[in-house]
Design a protein around this ligand. Structure first.
Ligand SMILES: CC(C)(COP(=O)(O)OP(=O)(O)OC[C@H]1O[C@@H](n2cnc3c(N)ncnc32)[C@H](O)[C@@H]1OP(=O)(O)O)[C@@H](O)C(=O)NCCC(=O)NCCS
Length: 180
């Protein structure tokens, strides 16, 4: 099951249907989905896509975490088989534009990455990032991911960043508080 994580400022809990509206609203900001291909412009397909991702049965300990401050939802972190198929396991991040630039993505991704490489014992976690997506590239760098090769994504080439056990700086200020 997916653990709940608490950091200094954030709570990460498994994403639920109750988070659907907040996730849809976030994706409707074209700046948020600028580098991510998806059915964002078709409300019916968009809702179906996100709902299916919430319902999907992920491998143990994986899935999406909704990230909240005490004021509410600010974004999500994912840890899933790449494109749901694998074999690579992907980490990803998406936050409300209003929440950008405060270190939230890095703070939230750290316990998920530690969980992946520690508790789950994964040999490797990847993040495929458009080289023009400077904020995401910076998050990957702050987490200690290293640029590998290029991989195809939605008809273009993106950079594959890789994290391996021991390769990332030690996380701090968080703990898994329970398993749900
Ligand atoms: C990527 C994203 C999650 C980052 O969220 P965030 O909470 O702002 O991230 P952080 O604050 O932890 O770190 C962002 C870093 O990028 C830097 N940054 C932001 N915009 C930048 C830009 N245009 N050029 C260079 N660096 C930039 C910030 O200064 C910060 O680095 P710093 O701590 O060294 O100053 C957020 O921008 C987002 O949701 N983008 C849309 C969704 C997306 O593209 N997801 C990734 C798909 S691969």
């Amino acid at each position: 099951m997916q653990p709940v994580f608490r950091t200094a400022r954030l709570t990460l809990a498994p994403r639920r249907m109750a988070d659907l509206a907040a996730c849809l609203a976030m994706d409707r900001d074209p700046e948020v989905t600028r580098f991510v291909t998806g059915p964002w412009a078709d409300p019916v397909a968009h809702r179906a896509f996100v709902a299916a991702r919430i319902r999907h049965r992920y491998p143990p300990g994986m899935g999406y975490w909704s990230v909240c401050t005490p004021a509410g939802f600010v974004g999500w972190i994912l840890l899933t088989p790449d494109d749901l198929a694998g074999p690579e396991v992907e980490i990803g991040w998406r936050f409300l534009r209003a929440a950008w630039g405060q270190g939230f993505a890095t703070e939230a991704a750290r316990p998920v990455l530690d969980h992946a490489l520690g508790t789950l014992g994964l040999a490797e976690v990847v993040a495929d990032i458009d080289p023009a997506n400077m904020a995401s590239v910076r998050v990957a760098a702050k987490l200690g991911l290293r640029a590998g090769g290029s991989v195809p994504y939605a008809g273009r080439m993106v950079t594959r960043y890789v994290a391996r056990p021991g390769g990332a700086p030690a996380g701090a200020g968080h703990a898994a508080v329970h398993r749900s």
